[in-house]
Write a protein that binds this ligand. Structure first.
Ligand code: TRP
Length: 467
């Protein structure tokens, strides 16, 4: 499976260009040259229509995944499998994220970018940036260039409400999005795809909608400012906002069945709701989907923090954007939050033993970590002291990299664990001591969230920004 997908028309374009040149150098009859040039121009126009880019000899389109019709982009790469619905690998260290960057054609969040975010924002970069948890991006430099010239942007993220139970992994994009909002002081829209979950799972519409409202409470408990944040359920907002639906239809007109088949792997027996859905996840990337916030402007740049498995939706979005006259959204991608059993797969709400839920009691947290968290330690204390543990496969250590704020402490834990000075039980205790107060505090904040507050967050209204 190759990383770069070549636009099928590219080959004919290249050979047609060659033909024109040959005809000219060989001084062929004018009518033949003219006919060849005419075909070349048509191929170029087609190329631009499909890719949104001008043809340059020898350069494949930058993001051509949307044109692929040879099977899902999320195909198996060695052992790693990553698409919006599945994550698995055979490596205990987890998915090879550097390979994923190459496969998806995104860019690495390198030290230079982290330093630049620090310079531009004047704030210490969030631990998710310092530690490579938001590891990949598209167009972040462009967003920062514009921001430095006082051009604002907005944030868009989301969640598929498939049950009432949210786990700590679900908080990762929201914790980070909250930091971005505080740091850059910009509007935020949060899409709850209750429609998506209805289409994909065996759930009723009413349950999906109810989960959306329940999940909104956990999201609000992350501390978002109601004057700067709009949370919406697709089931509600699609019917309430003509501008949103107009964008959905525009996107639907510019993506073919072949293209979504290539990106998402849809087949003949998938319901047509699934095939139409990607346009609904794409639409919030365009500012005029929210006229109440952006006063009808369509040129406000969007930045989407999300887990890397959502990228297929936004590769499609970025491919469509220029063809319908909108800026491409920028992206910041996170790694997955590993399951308790190990980084071969991500935490899943449908497997109670793989997850720490936001509703777990301190005792449940303690028992789950002690009983289920995969350990990189040795079998006996003697061996562990002698050879040391392996933090790279140890789930408790991985969770600490997500949640322990202090860099020095984290580094010391890593060293002590690797040397054998720190035992598995002690490492687990550090994690339990970090998670318990964090989850308790979340539960307390969630209790403060009233129905009225949820209603306000979810009502289309202007936010505290002037566009
Ligand atoms: N499809 C996502 C999920 O199942 C939900 C989602 C919608 C989303 N829009 C988003 C996630 C934007 C991240 C960014 O969880």
């Amino acid at each position: 499976d190759t990383d770069v997908t070549i636009y099928p028309g590219l080959l004919s374009l290249t050979s047609q260009g060659e033909l024109v040149r040959t005809l000219k150098t060989e001084k062929a009859v004018k009518a033949d040259i003219d006919a060849a040039v005419k075909l070349l121009l048509k191929l170029k126009a087609d190329y631009k229509q499909v890719t949104g880019q001008d043809y340059k000899a020898g350069c494949p389109p930058l993001e051509s995944t949307v044109l692929e019709d040879t099977g899902p982009a999320a195909a198996v790469d060695g052992e790693d499998m990553v698409d919006p619905w599945n994550v698995s690998t055979t490596s205990a260290k987890g998915v090879d994220y550097d390979k994923l960057i190459v496969r998806f054609g995104s860019s690495k969040v390198d030290q230079e970018l982290v330093d630049r975010i620090e310079r531009v924002s004047g704030k210490k970069p969030h631990r998710f940036l310092r530690r490579g948890i938001f590891f990949s991006h598209r167009d972040m430099h462009q967003v920062l260039d514009a921001y430095e010239k006082n051009k604002s942007f907005y944030l868009y993220t989301g969640r598929g409400p498939s049950s009432e139970a949210m786990h700590v992994g679900h908080l990762i994009p929201f914790i980070f999005t909250k930091w971005l909002q505080d740091t850059f002081d910009i509007p935020l829209v949060i899409q709850l795809t209750d429609d998506e979950k209805y289409l994909w799972k065996d759930l009723s519409l009413e349950d999906c909608h109810r989960y959306a409202v329940e999940n909104a409470k956990d999201i609000i408990a992350c501390g978002f400012d109601v004057n700067k944040t709009f949370i919406f359920s697709d089931l509600d907002y699609m019917g309430a906002s003509p501008d949103f639906y107009r964008n959905v239809v525009k996107i639907q007109k510019h993506v073919t069945f072949n293209q979504v088949k290539g990106i998402f792997g849809f087949g003949d027996s998938d319901c047509i709701g699934k095939i139409a859905f990607p346009a609904i996840q794409a639409a919030p990337s365009f500012s005029n989907s929210f006229p109440q916030i952006f006063k009808g402007r369509k040129d406000i740049q969007c930045l989407i923090p999300c887990a890397i498995d959502q990228d297929p939706y936004f590769r499609m979005t970025r491919d469509v954007a220029p063809r319908i006259g909108y800026p491409k959204p920028a992206l910041l991608h996170s790694t997955f939050f590993p399951a308790l059993q190990g980084a071969q797969t991500k935490m899943s709400a449908s497997d109670a033993n793989s997850s720490i839920f936001l509703t777990d009691t301190p005792k449940q947290i303690k028992n789950k970590v002690n009983k289920h968290a995969f350990s990189g330690g040795k079998d006996t204390i003697e061996e562990h002291r002698k050879y040391g543990g392996n933090p790279d496969v140890d789930v408790s250590f991985m969770y600490l990299t997500f949640f322990l704020e202090d860099d020095e402490q984290l580094d010391k834990i890593r060293q002590d664990y690797a040397s054998g000075a720190l035992l598995t039980g002690e490492l687990k205790k550090r994690l339990i001591d970090t998670l318990q107060p964090m989850i308790t505090a979340h539960q307390e904040r969630r209790k403060q969230v009233t129905e009225e507050m949820v209603l306000k967050f979810m009502t289309p209204r202007p936010l505290d920004f002037n566009f």
